[in-house]
Design a protein. Structure first.
Length: 657
């Protein structure tokens, strides 16, 4: 069945300016900004969000001050900007693991830049031939791409819309940044509310993080996924952890809350790893049929193009990047990775083998990510699952070649996984952007050029951002200097998995328990599917909940509840679409961006001077007991949630009134 959007907003016969100097400058700025924001969010919460709609609104709000602008120019800007944030997601899920395993003391700029650039380029190049198969022939939904196209169309037709949307985005960003400044900059209040109840030998922990960004993430992903993530947290913290304590000898790891966190860190989070392993493999099994079918369509399309349709005129809206450019850039990328792997392994043969593994898995998993983006959206892209699968495949090969005790084995494995992770993250995002372009009437090859621009921008700025965040907050590991680090759940997972595969240090009993739980969740989910239930249990979401600190999952679920309440408040006579219907998402995106940018800004003086003054007994370290306790943070969260709810309800009423 063909998509109802087969007729583009701008017909193929009309040529409008797309790649203009002002569009390039704005695209580079927004790409860098959103890449930094997504890097912070991913390290903090273990989840990232699509920035296509905020980027589109920002572009329309800024370009409307110029005399000459059009919808395709705005589309070009959001294409590059969203590519930057997608690459950041791939980088922060893997690259920090190289620091966590001790291979790097600090982030290596050039290696990180090359790895992220190659991964992003491969994600762009490998999905170019999939555009026609998945967007035109298969006509998949690509929900975020469709939503972004609607925002661009309405913004073009109603000049007042971008101004109001921009004010909402700016207000939310200011609110998120002020809360972050009070908590992390001035350190007037604590970042969470936590407590613990002792029943016999078992402890039951509860808590919520006082973060606008987490509330916003839950709002964006919606209650179904947010609730499932919380279910995973409840399973890990309120079921498995008390059982583990009851079966084990009493521990003395400090206060009750700290003891619960220690036991979770040493035991329970490995259950999450086991569930993620099963979930990642199951994801690949689930999508094998559709991906194979899309590849067959791709082959048939190329055969038609080079036989019966030779010399036929190609519409502007159907022109992809030239095939020689795709092959040439792919070849250069592979050569660069041979050089990087040789620097680590000092073996040409092994470097070539790793590059071959990287190329095959990057192509396969880019296809998987692209198809999943078309099916359920790029925010549900199974990047963690495909990265886990890459680590396992690469580890097995390197164990055969290098042996178990080779010290560079984990690092080499992670460098392969980093490229594949970036390619998969880009694959889903690229197809969403190309779907948007297909609907508004953009020229595909121009979008693909701007995707490369977004990748290059993010690759250049991502290392300084990571270094700043490491200097102020710490990443992954608790230390004296950083007692409350960014949790970096995915990077920590990849580090433990790579190190455990080579050193045999994984507590396999807990990993196997997690794998069994993962299988059980899959069985339950298949039963729900057979019953046509609207409630589902995606195994990767449950596993992520087990692996995340419970206080993060609680805050994310709170955001999901706000999203559901505002949706139910909408009148039943809904019809049509407008940017007003996206105002809640825009407000949430503003909260994420504001908190993330303030978090990065606060890191600058720490990186430059080694400290940031705080209100407390010790002005050089984070204080465990801020002078105002946690009530200002609670008050701030109430204000944030009420504002988010009102913005969303107003948007629903505006859409349906």
């Amino acid at each position: 069945m063909k998509s109802p959007s087969s007729e583009p907003f701008v017909p193929a016969s009309i040529n409008l300016p797309e790649i203009t100097p002002k569009a390039i400058v704005l695209a580079v700025i927004l790409s860098a900004l959103l890449a930094g924001a997504n890097a912070y969010l991913g390290l903090f919460a273990g989840m990232t969000v699509s920035a296509s709609i905020p980027a589109a609104v920002l572009s329309m709000s800024i370009l409307r001050f110029f005399r000459q602008t059009n919808i395709l120019e705005n589309n070009i800007v959001q294409t590059a900007a969203s590519s930057g944030e997608a690459l950041a997601a791939g980088v922060i899920f893997t690259i920090p693991a190289l620091v966590l395993i001790g291979y790097w003391d600090s982030f290596n700029y050039w290696q990180t830049c090359v790895v992220s650039l190659v991964g992003g380029l491969l994600g762009v190049l490998f999905t170019i031939p999939l555009r026609r198969a998945l967007i035109v022939d298969a006509a998949l939904r690509f929900p975020e791409g469709v939503a972004t196209a609607e925002v661009l169309k309405v913004g073009t037709q109603d000049k007042a819309v971008p101004s109001g949307a921009f004010r909402s985005l700016l207000t939310a960003a200011l609110m998120g940044s002020l809360v972050k400044f009070g908590e992390s900059g001035l350190r007037f209040w604590s970042d969470s509310v936590e407590g613990m109840i002792q029943i016999g030998r078992s402890m039951f922990y509860g808590g919520i993080n006082l973060s606008p960004a987490l509330i916003a993430v839950g709002f964006i992903i919606g209650l179904p996924i947010a609730f499932v993530v919380l279910l995973g947290g409840v399973l890990g913290w309120l079921v498995l952890l008390p059982i583990d304590q009851w079966l084990s000898e009493p521990a003395s790891a400090g206060s009750g809350v700290q003891e619960a966190k220690t036991i979770w860190s040493q035991h329970i989070r490995y259950v999450g790893i086991g569930a993620m392993l099963v979930g990642g493999l199951w994801t690949l099994v689930e999508v094998r049929g559709p991906v194979i079918q899309s590849l067959r369509q791709l082959i048939l399309a190329y055969r038609r193009k080079h036989t019966s349709e030779q010399g036929a005129f190609t519409l502007r809206t159907d022109q992809d990047a030239k095939f020689p450019w795709v092959i040439g850039l792919t070849g250069v990328s592979l050569v660069l990775m041979v050089v990087v792997y040789h620097m680590v392994l000092n073996s040409v043969f092994t470097s070539v083998v790793l590059t071959a593994i990287m190329a095959v898995t990057a192509f396969l998993f880019s296809c998987v990510a692209a198809y999943m983006a078309g099916l359920v959206g790029s925010s549900s892209n199974p990047v963690s699952g495909v990265t886990i699968a890459t680590i396992m495949i690469t580890s097995v090969v390197l164990l055969v070649i290098l042996g178990r005790e080779n010290p560079v084995g984990p690092a080499a494995t992670l460098l392969v996984a980093a490229v594949v992770c970036c390619a998969a993250a880009m694959g889903g995002d690229n197809l969403q952007d190309l779907k948007t372009g297909h609907l508004v009437g953009a020229t595909p090859w121009k979008q693909q050029i701007m995707q490369v621009v977004g990748v290059m921008t993010a690759a250049i700025v991502i290392v300084p951002v990571l270094s700043l965040l490491q200097a102020k907050y710490g990443i992954g590991d608790v230390s004296i200097e950083h007692p409350h680090p960014l949790s970096a759940p995915q990077a920590s997972l990849m580090a433990h998995l790579a190190r455990g595969m080579f050193g045999g240090t994984l507590p396999w009993s807990f990993v196997c328990l997690g794998a069994l739980i993962g299988v059980a969740i899959i069985v339950i989910d298949r039963y729900l599917l057979a019953r046509n239930s609207s409630f589902r249990l995606p195994v990767l979401a449950i596993a992520l909940g087990v692996y995340l600190p419970l206080k993060l999952s609680t805050a994310i679920c709170a955001g999901g509840i706000i999203s559901e309440w505002s949706r139910r408040r909408a009148p039943k006579k809904a019809s049509g679409r407008s940017t007003a219907g996206h105002a809640g998402v825009l407000f949430a995106a503003g909260l994420v961006t504001g908190e993330a940018i303030m978090g990065i800004v606060l890191a600058i003086p720490v990186a430059l001077t080694g400290f940031w003054p705080s209100i407390g007994a010790n002005p050089f370290q984070i204080v465990d007991s801020p002078p105002w306790g946690d009530w200002p943070g609670v008050a701030g969260m109430i204000i944030v949630t009420v504002s988010l709810y009102r913005a969303s309800v107003r948007s629903q009423e505006g859409r349906n009134g």
